[in-house]
Design a protein around this ligand. Structure first.
Ligand SMILES: [Zn+2]
Ligand SMILES: [Zn+2]
Length: 153
């Protein structure tokens, strides 16, 4: 699969925060991890990966919550809308992403996979045949957590 990025835009519910980025709309992904569930208040977060470093805020700025030592979650300080996940380490620079729901054209995103399905809610049925991986089956997630543990988190 050859992915091409394109300029995308989005923002929060109240309009205080707006962004632009170079995004891979054809590579959106579900994350069913408990952190995404708790952060978004939804069964899973669906996000669009971005070209590393391409996220820029054209209005306002999000507040961030550091949800792990390798990433922080951006949200609107006024309305609380979840907006982005920003890596704090170079090794995960390509994990930079924005939430599908915050996009101006969310219908253009195409999910390609499900991650962290060990915590997918049993009643959250998704009628697709996309690849599904548990956290421990994803080498990048395993490596990220291993690096954190090596530092005595
Ligand atoms: Zn807002
Ligand atoms: Zn997650």
């Amino acid at each position: 699969m050859t992915l091409e990025s394109e300029t995308i835009s989005g923002g929060c519910l109240c309009g205080a925060v707006r962004y632009e980025a170079e995004g891979f709309l054809d590579d959106a992904f579900y994350c069913h991890c408990r952190m995404c569930q708790r952060a978004s208040g939804t069964p899973a977060e669906v996000s669009v990966p971005l070209v590393p470093g391409s996220l820029r805020f054209t209005k306002g700025a999000p507040k961030h919550y550091q949800s792990s030592s390798f990433g922080k979650r951006g949200f609107c300080p006024d309305c609380g809308a979840r907006l982005c996940w920003t890596p704090t380490r170079e090794a995960q620079a390509h994990w930079l992403s924005v939430t599908v729901g915050s996009l101006d054209a969310p219908e253009r995103a195409v999910p390609q996979s499900h991650g962290c399905v060990e915590s997918q809610l049993p009643w959250y049925k998704l009628d697709d045949n996309l690849p599904r991986r548990r956290s421990e089956e994803d080498p990048e997630i395993v490596a990220a957590w291993a690096a954190v543990e090596g530092e005595g988190r």
